[in-house]
Design a binder for this molecule. Structure first.
Ligand SMILES: Cc1ncc(COP(=O)(O)O)c(C=O)c1O
Length: 399
């Protein structure tokens, strides 16, 4: 089936078929893994026409082979986007995408609640050294973002919900306020993935995702994607990826492509499990607040319900005030929640986090420790049993 035909279907159908081209691969249904640096051409004329069939843009391994191209087409189809560039990690995608649109002397606006390394490494290191001024804005600013735009503002960077604390941004209000300003809008959409939120349909120009998380979905590969709505932006983003020599590994693109076939069923299950666990956590005396936009009590619930079609498995809780030893006693002996910095795989994870260290536009006002949970695909009764026993340890260590 051609991509054009596939893309006219609904999203679960798209996910089952996007990027496939069995006729070009001896009938094999999954695009094969091409390991390549060198690609040879029978004639000079064919080399010079390498963007056309049968080579379709493959000219040297670094800039991609049919393996990367198939994955990129599938991601674009999920987003209803024009084209996608695969990167070797989510952070590489963020750095590459932001660098595409900035130069020395520019000013950019970045949500206060972004992923930690976006703030510390990309903004605090790369952009600072390049002479790009970064201003962190309150993630809840909505259409007021326009008041922060200066003559040299070139980019507004969003992440919704925010890392660690899960604030939902009013993306449509922001993109419509910025319309006509010439400012490029970019979002980290990793939490929802293209399955639960489609930023391009809400006026965002550039979508970055850590495909490492739900796209790959099995905790076994690093991958990032940048998806754009126009050929002009594609040429810029691809040009920057080529300039840096970024190359997403073929085996990892294969795993990303395979992950997309089941992302729908996995995310639906993450959502059911996470909502059940979040509701249970909310009823606990040890929990001051659950931060999960799909809970009707969450401050972002109305915006989430309006713009998203579902919620993934990542949330945080603010515990009642307690010493670090009590949090460690709770977390250290979980049977099913591994202590890990990642998320988006099939398994449950836990991590203590410290939003007070990474907020400037709207200082963090919580008083208790914050713990982030990734709710995996396990049976929720087992997860809740584990959490329950953890609270017993927490309570014993608080006394
Ligand atoms: C929201 C978010 N964006 C981006 C990244 C970076 O992705 P990667 O680890 O693939 O570089 C992460 C990783 O945890 C993340 O949580």
């Amino acid at each position: 089936m051609s991509d054009k035909k596939t893309n006219s279907y609904r999203q679960n159908t798209i996910l089952a078929h996007a990027g496939l081209s069995p006729r070009e691969n001896h009938g094999v249904v999954n695009p094969p893994v091409y390991h390549a640096s060198t690609i040879t051409f029978p004639t000079l004329d064919e080399y010079e026409a390498r963007d056309k069939p049968p080579f379709n843009g493959a000219s040297y391994g670094r800039s991609g082979t049919p393996t990367q191209f198939a994955f990129e087409r599938a991601v674009s189809a999920l987003h209803g986007g024009h084209k996608t560039v695969a990167y070797p990690s989510g952070l590489a995608a963020i750095a590459g995408a932001i660098n595409t649109f900035v130069k020395n002397g520019d000013h950019i606006l970045v949500a206060d609640t972004v992923y930690g390394p976006t703030r510390s490494r990309v903004c605090g290191n790369i952009l600072a050294r390049a002479g790009v001024e970064v201003e962190f804005y309150d993630a809840l600013i909505g259409g007021g973002i326009k008041d922060l735009v200066r003559p040299n503002t070139v980019l507004v960077y969003m992440e919704s919900p925010g890392s660690l604390t899960f604030e939902i941004q009013d993306i449509p209000a922001m993109t419509s306020a910025l319309k006509g300003t010439g400012v490029v809008t970019m979002i980290d959409n990793t939490w929802a993935s293209g399955y639960f939120f489609k930023p391009l349909a809400h006026g965002v120009d550039v979508v970055v995702e850590a495909a490492t998380k739900y796209t790959v979905g099995h905790s076994d590969a690093m991958l990032g994607t940048v998806t754009v709505a126009t050929e002009e932006h594609y040429q810029l983003v691809k040009g920057m990826a080529n300039s840096y020599g970024y190359h997403a590994a073929p085996d990892d693109c294969y795993l990303g492509q395979r992950g997309l076939r089941t992302i729908g069923v996995r995310l639906e299950r993450h959502q059911t499990n996470a909502l059940e666990v979040a509701t249970w956590l909310q009823g606990r005396d040890e929990v001051a607040r659950v931060m999960y936009p799909a809970l009707p009590s969450d401050p972002g619930y109305e915006l989430w319900k309006r713009d998203f079609t579902g919620a993934s498995g990542l949330m945080s809780v603010e515990l009642v005030d307690a010493p670090h030893e009590a949090v460690a006693a709770m977390i250290d002996s979980y049977d099913l929640f591994g202590i890990g910095a990642s998320w988006g795989g099939y398994e449950s994870l836990v991590l203590a986090s410290y939003p007070e260290k990474t907020r400037s536009a709207r200082p963090w006002t919580g008083t208790g420790p914050v713990v982030r949970y990734h709710i995996g695909l396990e049976d929720t009764a087992d997860l809740i049993d584990n959490l329950s026993v953890g609270f017993e340890r927490f309570n014993a260590a608080r006394k």
